[in-house]
Design a protein around this ligand. Structure first.
Ligand SMILES: C[S@@+](CC[C@H](N)C(=O)[O-])C[C@H]1O[C@@H](n2cnc3c(N)ncnc32)[C@H](O)[C@@H]1O
Length: 247
């Protein structure tokens, strides 16, 4: 699993019974255990991180900006920094103060040549310019559904010709039988990673209205609508997919 210099604390956020389960937040408790949480919750997460490195090698253009939106602890930002030309500038953005504080510290321990800044900001306010690579690694799913197209359009406008967007998301299936099967298999995956039935049920209740997945078809349609010349799915595992848009 690609390392990201953060602490390796075990995620026990939902391990004890709760009288009422509040809405999921990217707060201190989650930031403290986030690496373990995402690695054990998202099948294919480590693979997408490696893919981000490969894409950065291929598509980052000299003297451009590369963006990691919803950077959390900086796992994807580190992949970018380590695989872009020294003349590039990496910009990580997250609106969780707990994540940003830890991400800045993680970036401070990395000595890649490319410069880097971590902004505490809502990605709906981020300005994109002279961009060659934009990463949304499991972030767009937390933005209001009716604002997603507008954000993608703005990213497209900020990208240089030949630039790319990598969009990784939890996805849902229109066919209810497939949706049920993939949800069950995802829960089986989490049990395999050591989560209890209680942890899975409480996390599910917490995240239900916070993470709103779209279908793969809608993601592809949005990227096409934004204007990308090439749009394709580049990773798929159970109910998690990654999409590549090339301008
Ligand atoms: C699932 S995590 C992303 C994981 C990360 N990209 C990685 O590769 O490890 C989602 C992140 O998006 C951030 N986020 C959610 N909504 C946001 C918004 N509107 N603006 C900025 N960051 C946001 C959260 O604080 C959280 O850190």
């Amino acid at each position: 699993m690609p390392e990201n210099n953060s602490s390796d604390k075990k995620d026990t956020v939902y391990a004890s019974p709760m009288t009422s389960v509040g809405a999921f937040k990217f707060d201190e408790n989650v930031a403290d255990v986030f690496t373990d949480m995402i690695e054990r919750s998202v099948p294919g997460y480590g693979l997408v991180l490696q893919l981000i490195g490969l894409l950065a090698e291929r598509y980052a253009q000299e003297s451009t900006n590369v963006y990691d939106l919803g950077c959390s602890l900086g796992a994807s930002t580190l992949q970018l920094r380590r695989h872009i030309p020294a003349s590039c500038h990496a910009i990580g953005v997250d609106n969780s103060a707990a994540m940003v504080e830890r991400c800045r510290s993680n970036m401070g321990r990395d000595h890649s040549a490319a410069t880097c800044e971590i902004l505490e900001q809502d990605i709906r306010d981020t300005e994109f310019s002279n961009a060659s690579v934009i990463i949304l690694n499991f972030t767009l799913q937390f933005i209001d559904d009716d604002e997603r197209q507008t954000i993608l359009n703005r990213m497209y406008e900020g990208l240089n010709d030949g630039g790319i967007i990598l969009l990784a998301e939890k996805v849902r299936f229109d066919d209810e039988d497939k949706q049920t099967l993939m949800t069950d298999l995802h829960h089986d995956f989490k049990k395999l990673q050591g989560y209890s039935d209680l942890e899975i049920a409480q996390k599910r209740a917490a995240i239900e209205n916070v993470l709103v997945p779209n279908s793969e078809a809608l993601h592809l349609e949005r990227l096409n609508t934004a204007g990308f010349a090439t749009v394709m799915r580049c990773m798929h595992c159970l109910n998690f997919s990654a999409f590549l848009g090339i301008k």
